[in-house]
Design a protein around this ligand. Structure first.
Ligand SMILES: *Cc1c(COP(=O)(O)O)cnc(C)c1O
Length: 329
């Protein structure tokens, strides 16, 4: 199933869904987005990764044929209190991440209750790995896997779902019935130590803009808020129409890479709300209106994220609504 949460990692729900229209299922967190997918005509299973939060929501799940993660015993009480019967349920077990999921001791009680309530045809077993992306955490992944296998041994005939992008790439043993790729579908690497290009992943989103002003500076001049960057020689500086209100990270420091006229350069000084400064000094023919790529084609979002002290997930998801999105498929 393709993970489409957070507006498809910033790519636009319906853009992403149409590119992925042949997948076996979708998963996300937002009920309104799930309804939007159904209304757009998608027929495959749609899994809500945090399930339902009230008895009232159950009617909507039934109406739109949505599948729900069951991660908390409270949800069983809600099911019992409602007359809705035809839901597909993914029982999530906490095998060590300690975020969502039933404790091992709660699991058998919950599944037996659900079997008694005639849900046995509609059950999938699920867990989530905390560290499949960390090269030195292999042991931790195996522990979570063994924990899952031990807890579910008696229920081995139910389908299961374990792997996120990192586990899909690095741990084939975790593939089972449903895999749950997110970040890899969008062409970024789930790993800190392997690039997207090495994994043969191509960026889906390109964040682009252009140079809207040029400053010719002497040595010793300061650039942007608080003059964080100071020229040590005469420099030509471009001002790009993209800032943190567009989702470009404010914490990206001087030297964070950027493409101008498809040549590599760097940002200078503090990123402002609507603009940032770039070095045009050694970029041939760069000037007013030169095209700028902040990340995407030719410059991996992973590289920008690393420089800004974050990861590609955060940058992609934080793309602001005001940024014009054009799909080119
Ligand atoms: C977000 C999410 C995924 C996808 O993770 P990626 O690292 O983006 O592949 C898979 N499973 C669950 C439960 C998630 O919340």
């Amino acid at each position: 199933m393709a993970i489409l949460k957070a507006n498809a990692y910033g790519h636009g729900l319906l853009n992403a869904a149409s590119a992925l229209k042949d997948v076996d299922g979708f998963a996300l967190l937002e009920l309104d987005a799930a309804i939007c997918l159904r209304d757009a005509g998608y027929q495959q299973p749609i899994l809500l990764l945090e399930g339902f939060f009230s008895t009232e929501e159950l009617a909507i799940f039934e109406q739109y044929r949505l599948s729900a993660v069951i991660h908390h015993v409270e949800q069983i009480a809600m099911l019992s209190a409602s007359k809705h019967r035809n839901l597909n349920l993914f029982i999530k077990i906490n095998t060590g991440m300690n975020r969502l999921g039933l404790a091992p001791a709660q699991f058998s009680q919950v599944i037996n209750t659900l079997i008694k309530k005639q849900y046995q045809e509609n059950i999938t077993l699920m867990t989530h790995f905390a560290s499949a992306d960390e090269p030195c955490e292999q042991e931790n992944v195996m522990q979570q896997l063994q924990c899952f296998e031990a807890i579910t041994a008696k229920y081995g005939h139910y389908p299961s779902s374990l792997a996120n992008s990192a586990a899909i790439i690095r741990y084939p043993v975790t593939h089972t019935d449903w895999v749950r790729p997110g970040i890899m579908l969008y062409g970024a690497s789930p790993f800190p130590d392997v690039t997207a290009a090495e994994l043969n992943l191509r960026p889906v989103m390109t964040l682009s803009s252009k140079v809207i002003a040029v400053q010719e500076l002497e040595a010793g001049e300061r650039v942007g808020y608080h003059g964080l960057f100071r020229t040590d020689r005469p420099m030509r500086i471009g001002i790009v129409a993209c800032g943190y209100a567009d989702g470009y990270p404010r914490h990206a420091p001087t030297n964070t890479p950027v493409l101008i006229n498809n040549q590599r350069s760097r940002i200078l000084g503090r990123v402002s709300m609507d603009m940032l400064a770039v070095d045009l000094t050694s970029i041939e023919n760069a000037g007013l209106n030169s095209p700028v790529i902040l990340w995407g084609k030719g410059l991996s979002v992973d590289e920008v994220a690393l420089s800004a002290g974050t990861n590609s997930y955060e940058l992609l998801c934080a793309l602001a609504p005001r940024v014009e999105k054009t799909a080119s498929l």
